[in-house]
Write a protein that binds this ligand. Structure first.
Ligand code: SF4
Length: 386
């Protein structure tokens, strides 16, 4: 039996905190990579008082519940938390316990997502929290994603209106959910995206692509663009390295394409684990046939990290070979990431090969896309440019 629960509003006395937090936001500039850290005031409420009922779940017998937000569909007894650590069965009701509790708030260049065909050179207000529904052995943000909210702390309460107002005040055109898996605090993303749409602020998110179809389809009308990690192209890789599955990710990619939301794909190439040229070719053929040849694909360089410290960084030649395969297959926009200064940090016209967006790593030094077309030959260039 499937049930879409009604939303609950957070009890009114909490609302007093909104203004206090909003007034106490500080902006700190962090030097060389052009990120700005925004830290909010210390919490004004006990953590246990701030939570939101999960939007998609079933109530089962004996006060058990089944979450329907992601492919894991966790069944939880009273007092238990889901695999992502962010949803808890409290008295037979399933709550998102990190709602309004961001642990990282930054202003970044959009190129960091990466989103290379969406307002190049613009800034994004990034939010992240604790928790993830994957267990990637190479996770670069494991300090956030592989921890509970109690372990890492947070800057909440920060309500959806606070976040949207923060973007407006900082003159940032886009809000991004990133750092940890947005699926694991879905309701927060959903509420902010809806509000942001009304205020003319754009919303993007970077995900492992494992949201169930129903919550995904409910969210996409309020979202402008998505970056999905396609971590490999075998079930074995997903199971062994991420404790996850490939099929839900493919389904997510296809739904995003179907719904007409802008999509970019990242493939982190890890030596010996997912760098088989045949697998890369199959992945590129899948992207071409199921998502379209104009879908940007970013091959990014692995560096030893977290639980994968026994492998070397990806050789640049491996990334270049992967790019050659993708271009041979027919993909039009293929990038090499985590290699600052590489020629294929930049965007080239697929028709005349003119450099259209001149990038060095995350910095944009020039854009020659005019009204969505190549400034030289007039070829239509896929993406959102204004
Ligand atoms: S969102 Fe969390 S609780 Fe829900 S199914 Fe996924 S891992 Fe389980």
């Amino acid at each position: 039996m499937y049930r879409f629960t009604g939303r609950i509003t957070i009890i009114s006395f909490i609302a007093v905190g909104i203004f206090v937090v909003a007034l106490n936001v500080n902006l700190i500039t962090r030097g060389s990579d052009s990120s700005e850290i925004i830290s909010s005031a210390t919490p004004h409420l006990e953590d246990s008082e701030l939570k939101m009922e999960t939007m998609f779940y079933d109530r089962l017998d004996n006060n058990m519940v089944q979450c329907r937000i992601c492919f894991r569909n966790c069944i939880l007894q009273e007092g238990e938390r889901g695999f992502c650590r962010n949803r808890e069965n409290i008295g037979g009701t399933l709550y998102n316990i990190v709602y309004g509790k961001p642990s990282a708030i930054m202003v970044d260049p959009i190129e960091k997502e990466p989103q290379f065909h969406f307002l190049p050179g613009s800034r994004i207000l990034c939010l992240g929290s604790a928790g993830c529904n994957f267990r990637c052995r190479f996770c670069h943000n494991w300090h956030l994603s592989q921890r509970s909210i109690e372990e890492i702390g947070h800057s909440g309460p920060l309500f959806p209106e606070d976040v949207v107002n923060m973007a407006i005040r900082q003159n940032v055109p886009t809000i991004s959910f990133t750092y940890n898996e947005p699926t694991s605090w879905y309701e927060y993303l959903y509420d902010i995206a809806k509000l942001a749409k009304d205020e003319g602020i754009r919303v993007i998110f970077h995900s492992n692509g494992s949201m169930n179809p129903e919550p995904l389809r409910a969210l996409l009308p309020y979202v402008d663009s998505v970056t999905i990690d396609l971590k490999g192209f075998t079930d074995e890789f997903y199971e062994k390295v991420s404790e996850a599955k490939l099929e839900p990710v493919k389904q997510t990619l296809e739904i995003i394409r179907e719904e007409g939301v802008w999509l970019e794909i990242v493939n982190l190439v890890v030596p010996t684990l997912n760098d088989d040229p045949d697998d890369i070719r199959r992945m590129c053929e899948y992207i071409r046939d199921s998502l379209g040849e104009y879908t940007p694909l970013h091959f990014t360089r692995f560096f030893p990290n977290y639980r994968l410290t026994d492998l070397p960084p990806t050789p640049v030649e491996t990334l270049e070979k992967a790019r050659t395969i993708a271009r041979d297959v027919g993909l039009k926009y293929v990038y090499i990431g985590n290699v600052p200064g590489h020629r294929y940090n930049s965007t080239f016209c697929p028709h005349c090969d003119e450099k259209l967006v001149d990038r060095y790593h995350f910095s944009v030094h020039g854009v020659r896309v005019e009204n969505g077309r190549c400034g030289t030959c007039g070829e239509s260039i896929s993406g959102i440019w204004e």
